[in-house]
Design a protein around this ligand. Structure first.
Ligand code: KIV
Ligand code: ZN
Length: 516
């Protein structure tokens, strides 16, 4: 490996999924993994195999479909986790196990209740066992940002001797300042002296994750862990797109350090992750925010028109922006052109998904003048996130909501039977959701509701994301709905949350009966 190459380790599917409300189903994770491969990510952390059967299955499936990037599973430093990780990645072409244990005094004393010597022994045992599944083993010192340097050196030395090939130094709680992170990495890098690759994993609690990652790179880190759109636990992780574009844009300063990333795929990846998780980057988010390349002031617009570099340090096309803006297909476009376009956007669909998506595209093309890439992305994502459809919306009628009592009449398909019912509410949305509750006999409490327009224009598709708590469960489930009519999109989102709830309930029941 060239000493100028910065490996990109993407943890959107693991740490990113730990963002509140970002949990993804298997199909969604596979689509994201495929897009990460198009980005040319070096290592995809596909999940935490021991966390749940769903995580295990998703990692196994991703291991089967990804053939260029390394596929990695996280594992605590315990044999049960390492075995699950090793089994889940067994079919990957290139595979890595990432095992970790906390090394800071506060974590060892209060969380692990272990002595430093016990922690070192556990780490060495974990790495040794992980090596029986793959040569590529990464070891992380959780909370390294608050760990003591002599202890870090001792444990890193021990795991190198046990065979660890990458040593990750996480600033787990986002505590370090850039110059502190930089000097810590410099000292560790000198100590390790090329016996393993030094990696960093910075959290964004003080808004310093990207700055800390860059300071680490400057001081010897040759792998950086990050996520699309900066998703992740609490305030998130370092944003992949910011690190990669900083290295590219300021190549003069970083003196030849570079990544393998195909930057033109950045925007597609960002949009896919935002559509699937429902967590859309703020408009002024660097690189991928809606306004990141928009020039509002007349002086700026005039300058850019005269010479792009007056106000632009990066080319929008370098992150794939110009492609995404184009009007793509029309009413007369055929299935072949549609399939080509979908593949170009980074999706891999089954024939059935393709057929459904094409039908939805045709219906939309009848109603909407111009169909953009973002419309197609929204349709496809909606098909993917749909999952099991125990209940399916067939028809919706709402009354005049200004003068009378807001009411709705709904027909849904359930087990090949059409059920119709009506209900009233404090507003139209309330009436719709209450009618769904009446039909299913399951009460839901709406805890979050978001609607966004997929594109500009009065005829834009509405994307609705809801979070609902059903019955007496404490955890909210997420539902997605898409339609040119906001009320239909809302009904679909609520029904999709209900379907997800029923699917997890079925899984729990099957498991408690010993079925899984
Ligand atoms: O933040 C952290 O310390 C982690 C480790 C598991 C790498 O996510
Ligand atoms: Zn983390």
């Amino acid at each position: 490996m060239s000493d100028k190459l910065i490996k990109i380790f993407d943890t959107t599917l693991r740490d990113g999924e730990q963002s509140p409300g970002a949990s993804m189903n298997m199909e969604e994770k596979i689509q994201i993994a495929l897009q990460l491969q198009k980005l040319n990510i070096d290592v995809i952390e596909a999940g935490f195999a021991a966390a749940s059967p769903g995580d295990f299955d998703a990692i196994s499936k991703i291991s089967q479909v990804i053939d260029k990037s390394t596929v990695c599973s996280l594992a605590r430093a315990i044999s049960r986790d390492i075995k699950a990780a090793g089994d889940a990645i067994s079919q990957a072409k290139q595979k890595r196990i990432h095992t970790f244990i906390a090394t800071s005094p506060i974590h060892m004393q209060y969380k692990l209740k272990m002595s430093p010597d016990e922690v070192i022994k556990r780490a060495v045992d974990a790495v040794t066992y992980a090596k029986t599944f793959t040569d590529d083993v990464e070891f992380s010192c959780e909370d390294a940002g608050r760990s003591e340097m002599p202890f870090l050196k001792e444990i890193l030395d021990a795991v190198i001797n046990a065979g660890a090939t990458t040593l990750n130094i996480p600033d787990t709680v986002g505590y370090r300042l850039p110059h502190e992170m930089g000097s810590m990495i410099k000292e560790l890098s000198d100590f390790v002296n090329n016996r393993a690759i030094i990696s960093v994993h910075c959290h964004n609690d003080l808004g310093l994750a990207v700055a800390n990652s860059l300071a680490s790179i400057e001081n010897g880190a040759r792998q950086v862990e990050c996520t699309i759109n900066g998703l992740g636990e609490r305030a998130g992780n370092a944003a992949l797109e910011e690190i990669v574009m900083t290295l590219k844009t300021r190549a003069d300063y970083f003196n030849g350090l570079d990544t393998n990333i195909h930057t033109k795929e950045i925007l597609a990846a960002s949009k896919m992750v935002a559509n699937i998780t429902g967590i859309v980057p703020q408009p002024n988010k660097a690189i991928v925010g809606k306004n990141a390349f928009a020039h509002e002031s007349g002086i700026h617009q005039d300058g850019v028109l005269k010479h792009q570099e007056t106000y632009e340090i990066m080319k929008p096309e370098d992150i794939g922006l110009s492609d995404a803006e184009t009007i793509v297909l029309g009413k007369l476009s055929g299935r072949h052109a549609f399939a080509d376009k979908i593949e170009h956007l980074g999706f891999k669909l089954t024939q059935e998904e393709l057929t459904h998506s094409f039908e939805r595209f045709k219906l939309l093309a009848d109603k909407k003048k111009e169909i953009f890439d973002d419309d197609l992305r929204a349709i496809i994502t909606d098909e993917i996130v749909k999952g099991d459809q125990t209940y399916e919306l067939v028809n919706l009628q709402i009354n005049d909501c200004m003068s009378g009592i807001p009411s709705s009449a709904l027909s849904v398909r359930f087990n090949d039977e059409i059920i119709t019912d009506a209900g009233i509410g404090n507003g139209t949305m309330d009436a719709i959701f209450k009618t769904v509750d009446r039909i299913s006999g399951i009460n839901g409490e709406l805890v979050d509701y978001k609607v966004t327009a997929v594109t500009e224009g009065k005829d834009a598709l509405a994307r609705v994301v809801v979070k609902v708590i059903f019955e007496d469960h404490t955890a909210a489930v997420i539902g997605h709905g898409l339609n040119i009519d906001t009320m239909v999109a809302s009904a679909r989102a609520y029904i999709s949350a209900l379907n997800s709830y029923l699917a997890t309930k079925d899984l729990h029941m099957a498991r408690s009966r010993g079925g899984i």
